[in-house]
Design a protein around this ligand. Structure first.
Ligand SMILES: [Fe+2]
Length: 379
């Protein structure tokens, strides 16, 4: 939850007659919330239709194997709402990929939880009732549950999408003071957080279609009025963005474990950012990850850009996504430790998602898989 903001025309007191007030609140009326002021009723529903879910079934990772998914093998599609490729998931987290060209997605509302979007390539504009976020490569965008939004791209672009179900994507609690400010020593600060810029949505007219995802599937709502017809809002629940390079890395005399890279917490998953940094400075320090068995979690690493020395020789490139599941011990590629000895730092940029339930895999994920990856440590 970022901090309080007020944008546009907001009455001096709450809950008085005037514009159509909409409270967007988490955890009932007990969590973070915002008040939006619409020109028209946000509830005027004209039609309701069930749509095909478009979501593939997920199969257990059986026989248990480390996986390498090559997102370049996945086809471009029209938009990130209807065309995202569902790759893997748990009951509380879905991982998806989208790539495509210029276009505007349908209006979309995910009622199952927050979405964390990571822009790998291109520029995009995330439009919402709160205003818009201009996204560049390396940007994370947190889209709150229930926030109607659409993606606008002006050219080739690609996105990693991390969907939370039954919970929210938040700043890790240990980074915050009791009052909610980012602590001194946290790896990012309020200045790094970007809130939506005001848009001219107040002039938009209905009726419009909004696609709504729930655990039951996908529904099309036809709304009499455009959900972006907002003249102002205030509160602490809103879409926000931060660039991965605004994450300040922590290094040490010897190797620091992945929790120092944590950027977000979600329901039964965490997200970490690996950014350019000097290596550990103790002579003789192991500069890249030692072999490790994460006995309680499945570990996904999305390789965004730079060199990936610990995985050199395994066919990993920008756009690769690896899954190292619980029950498998993983570590550096043969020869990587020796190669790292003369290196002073790394230029890698990567996003890690650790889930605390086993990830199931979709058929599109299996089609994008490098079938030889599991043997790469033996080569
Ligand atoms: Fe790992």
């Amino acid at each position: 939850m970022p901090y309080y903001r007020a944008v546009g025309e907001v009455p001096a007191k709450r809950h008085l007659r005037g514009a159509f007030e909409e409270l967007v609140g988490e955890e009932g009326f007990s969590g973070a919330s915002s008040l939006l002021y619409h020109r028209n009723s946000p509830s005027a529903l004209l039609a309701v239709d069930a749509l095909e879910s478009g979501r593939p079934a997920l199969q257990p990772n059986h026989p248990l194997s480390p996986r390498h998914l090559q997102t370049a093998k996945l086809a471009d599609t029209a938009d990130p709402v209807t065309g995202r490729h569902i790759l893997a998931g748990t009951p509380t987290c879905t991982l998806a990929w989208w790539s495509g060209g210029a276009g505007t997605s349908p209006l979309y509302r995910d009622a199952t939880g927050d979405t964390l979007a990571y822009l790998q390539q291109g520029t995009m504009r995330l439009e919402t009732a709160f205003g818009h976020l201009a996204l560049s490569p390396g940007d994370y965008a947190v889209i709150p549950a229930g926030a109607v939004h659409r993606f606008v791209s002006t050219g080739p672009a690609s996105l990693l999408l991390i969907e939370a179900h039954g919970g929210h994507v938040d700043i890790p609690a240990r980074y915050l003071t009791a009052g909610g400010q980012l602590r001194e020593g946290a790896p990012y600060s309020e200045r790094d957080i970007r809130a939506p810029r005001p848009s001219s949505g107040a002039r938009l007219r209905g009726p419009v279609e909004v696609l709504v995802r729930t655990r039951a599937g996908l529904t099309r709502h036809v709304m009499a009025h455009h959900p972006f017809d907002v003249v102002g809002w205030d509160g602490c629940a809103y879409p926000w963005a931060i660039n991965i390079l605004d994450f300040e890395p922590v290094t040490g005399r010897i190797h620091q474990p992945p929790p120092v890279h944590q950027t977000f917490q979600g329901p039964r998953f965490v997200v970490c950012s690996f950014v350019p940094r000097p290596y550990d400075f103790e002579p003789g320090a192991l500069k890249i990850p030692y072999h490790h068995a994460n006995v309680d979690s499945d570990e996904v690493l999305f390789y965004s850009r730079g060199d990936f020395m610990s995985r050199a020789g395994a066919g990993i490139n920008a756009g690769s996504m690896t899954l190292h599941p619980a029950g498998f011990t993983h570590g550096p590629q043969p020869g990587a430790l020796e190669r790292s000895a003369s290196q002073d730092g790394t230029e890698e940029v990567a996003v890690m998602i650790d889930t605390f339930d086993p990830l199931g895999l979709s058929e599109p994920a299996r089609q994008a898989e490098d079938p030889t990856y599991w043997g790469s440590w033996a080569s």
